[in-house]
Ligand binder design. Structure first.
Ligand SMILES: [Zn+2]
Ligand SMILES: [Zn+2]
Length: 314
């Protein structure tokens, strides 16, 4: 009995580390759902119920919308188009800033995100695809895959170009830091507004619940639709060999990611709406960043590639 005692703190420590630190997890090879992952994920959803208690105000709902927009842009513009596909270039400080913004969306670190996404493009809708609705059904493609043990640790061999930056490895390992800081900052801002602008009728708890939790959950599920719905519903302009679709509604919700068949046809472009009528808010934002000199060499879609559609009109 005495021999077992000192093990408990160590076990607790290991369990906590497993929750928060990707670096200590051994690579897993089974698809079982990891309950240590589900608890915080479910917690973020359940926290949204607190809206019933804290109430709403224009300021709190506005904060939720602004944080949705900022973080959706960071996911599509930076985690997806920059880190996963290298669709443009930037400086090392900007690269880190973009990674921090992406991490604020609570979708793990840049190496984890990019490694799994590159895996998806390497095996799109084939048996080895990480999140194919054709292979594993809707629920798995929407959110089962990242709750499984197998996909907890990233395959760093896929992201050697990113893993050579220690600041990105650090952010990937401690991916919980930025979300916690964001939540604390929102709570603090709410406390400040309670004092300085009581006329707004908002509170510290409203800004935390709406600005962080509600906005995170909306951003989560909008992002996930690209792995689930955008491989099921929509038009296929290009014969890509997978099930990817172009879906205008999803493109609006995800700031351009819904032009997913275009994207699978030519993944390296900075734009996913290939024609002017295909609204791609992320691309417009990237053009602004390019005009400001923060990013450059945005990869275009070559005209010949864009025209290579099998009998479908554009
Ligand atoms: Zn896809
Ligand atoms: Zn992609």
């Amino acid at each position: 009995m005495n021999a077992a005692r000192p093990r408990l703190p160590r076990r607790l420590g290991a369990s906590l580390a497993r929750w928060f630190d990707a670096g200590t997890m051994p690579p897993a090879t089974d698809d079982r759902i990891d309950w240590a992952r589900i608890v915080p994920f479910a917690g973020v959803h359940l926290a949204c119920l607190a809206t019933l208690r804290v109430g709403a105000s224009a300021t709190a709902v506005g904060a939720a919308l602004v944080l949705y927009a900022l973080r959706m842009f960071a996911i599509t513009g930076f985690y997806h188009r920059y880190f996963s596909h290298r669709a443009f270039k930037t400086s090392r400080p900007s690269q880190f800033l973009f990674a921090l913004l992406g991490a604020s969306a609570v979708q793990r670190g840049p190496l984890w995100w990019a490694a799994h996404h590159r895996e998806h493009h390497a095996h799109s809708d084939a048996p080895d695809d990480v999140h194919s609705p054709r292979q594993r059904g809707f629920l798995w493609s929407h959110m089962g895959w990242f709750l499984s043990r197998r996909h907890f640790a990233p395959d760093l061999a896929r992201v050697r170009d990113l893993a050579r930056y220690p600041e990105l490895r650090w952010l990937d390992r401690y991916d919980v830091v930025v979300p916690v800081l964001l939540a604390v900052a929102l709570y603090g801002l709410g406390a400040l507004l309670e004092r300085l602008a009581p006329g707004l009728g908002t509170s510290r708890w409203q800004l935390l619940v709406w600005g962080f939790f509600v906005s995170t959950v909306l951003c989560y599920h909008a992002t996930y639709t690209i792995n689930s719905l955008a491989h099921v519903f929509g038009r296929r302009r290009y014969a890509t060999g997978d099930d990817s679709r172009n879906n205008a509604l999803l493109a609006l919700l995800t700031f351009g990611e819904g032009w997913h068949n275009n994207h699978h046809h030519y993944p390296n472009a900075a734009r996913q709406g290939f024609y002017w009528w295909e609204i791609d808010l992320t691309y417009y934002g990237l053009r602004v960043l390019a005009a400001l000199g923060l990013i450059w060499d945005l990869k275009p879609v070559p005209a010949a590639v864009r025209a290579r559609h099998a009998g479908h009109p554009p």
